[in-house]
Design a protein around this ligand. Structure first.
Ligand code: NCD
Ligand code: ZN
Length: 343
């Protein structure tokens, strides 16, 4: 079996920087024409100038002959000036502003402590149509880690959309039925990205046969009913749901450690993972809209015109990839056989 689809884009990607970026970028560029690049570097990308410099470093690392366009994001802080939002819109290469509630995930300490503090910047985004890309979790230690997304929706997102009804929001890497339902019941200005790993795995996967650090990511995968709801949403044909891998590489030593880092590396076979998930419910014909149409439509960018093909042909994922000079990356499904292959 073989399918041909319009070349897809990745609407949520961590490319990192320096030599580590050089190791992972070819994997994404092989499959995706464009990617929304996350700004959670150290230090974070909080200004248009630093986004321009980061974009230049990415462009310089793209393998020769490969067409790939990084779409940049700014990291929202308590004091992002409204002027910076205007500059971002004018730049033409910044396509979103990322909300990390302070402390929720990797490199989020400089994130927002209270969204009310960002009201002027958010008003400017609402006025100019600049999307807010939300890591939708609260960090309150009193909230169970598996409830952090649903509590975010109730206590942060809903009030935000009441204060800024025209703000365009992409709720990133959704993991719950609550998020699916909220997105479905909201206006056109709210969309969501869904990762391949949240379509394929529920929370049991993190503990299957022992603790599995390479399956550990944030937001955590949830119960099976939630995974099923995500798969239902992604394959429904509803344009509010779009592909965002959240491929988040960390070197092996940082993953296989006490207080190991969160993040699944999926860029090496992202499209194949999505194909597997869609096929599992007989919806491979819905993959193209999710992967190649819904994202550009939400971001008001042209759809790609080139085509790519996938075929059913078993292959084995490498056990490791190099990651910068002295590190190793363990990809999702390392050493296992996949049925779909990008050709
Ligand atoms: C991401 C990372 O490592 O940067 N980790 C993850 O588990 N997804 C951060 C994020 O998107 O939460
Ligand atoms: Zn992410």
């Amino acid at each position: 079996m073989r399918i041909e689809i319009t070349r897809p884009d990745d609407w949520h990607l961590h490319l990192r920087d320096g030599d580590a970026m050089k190791s992972v970028l070819p994997h994404s560029a092989r499959q995706f024409a464009r990617a929304i690049v996350m700004p959670n570097l150290d230090p974070p990308v909080t200004s248009v100038d630093s986004a321009a410099a980061y974009r230049y470093r990415i462009l310089s690392a793209i393998p020769p002959g490969v067409a790939f366009e990084p779409l940049m994001t700014l990291y929202l802080t308590d004091d992002t000036p409204p002027d910076e939002i205007r500059r971002a819109v004018e730049s033409g290469f910044v396509r979103g502003v990322k909300l990390y509630p302070s402390g929720v995930t990797t490199q989020s300490d400089a994130g927002v402590t209270a969204l009310e503090k960002c009201d002027a910047a958010l008003s400017e985004m609402e006025k100019l149509g600049m999307p807010l890309l939300a890591h939708g979790e609260v960090r309150d230690p009193g909230v169970d880690v598996f409830d952090r997304e649903s509590v975010f929706i109730e206590t942060v997102l809903q009030p935000l959309l009441e204060r800024h009804p025209a703000l365009r929001v992409a709720l990133e890497h959704i993991t719950t039925k609550d998020a699916v339902d909220f997105v479905l019941s909201s206006g056109e200005n709210l969309a969501a990205t869904i990762t391949a790993h949240h379509l394929l795995y529920n929370r049991n996967a993190i503990f299957e046969g022992g603790l599995r650090p390479h399956r550990y990511c944030l937001p955590l995968p949830k119960r099976e009913i939630h995974r099923a709801a995500l798969l239902g949403a992604a394959t429904s044909g509803n344009p509010k749901f779009m592909l965002g891998t959240d491929s988040a590489p960390h070197g092996r030593r940082l993953k296989e450690a006490d207080r190991g880092c969160a993040g699944c590396y999926t860029a090496h076979a992202a499209l194949e993972f999505y194909a597997e998930a869609f096929e599992s419910v007989g919806a491979i014909d819905r993959l193209e809209a999710f992967a190649s149409f819904n994202g550009p439509d939400f971001y008001r960018l042209p759809r790609n015109t080139a085509k790519i093909a996938l075929e059913k042909n078993d292959w084995t994922i490498p056990k490791t990839f190099s990651f910068g000079e002295n590190e190793i990356l363990i990809p999702l499904r390392a050493g296992e056989v996949l049925h779909w292959k990008r050709i």
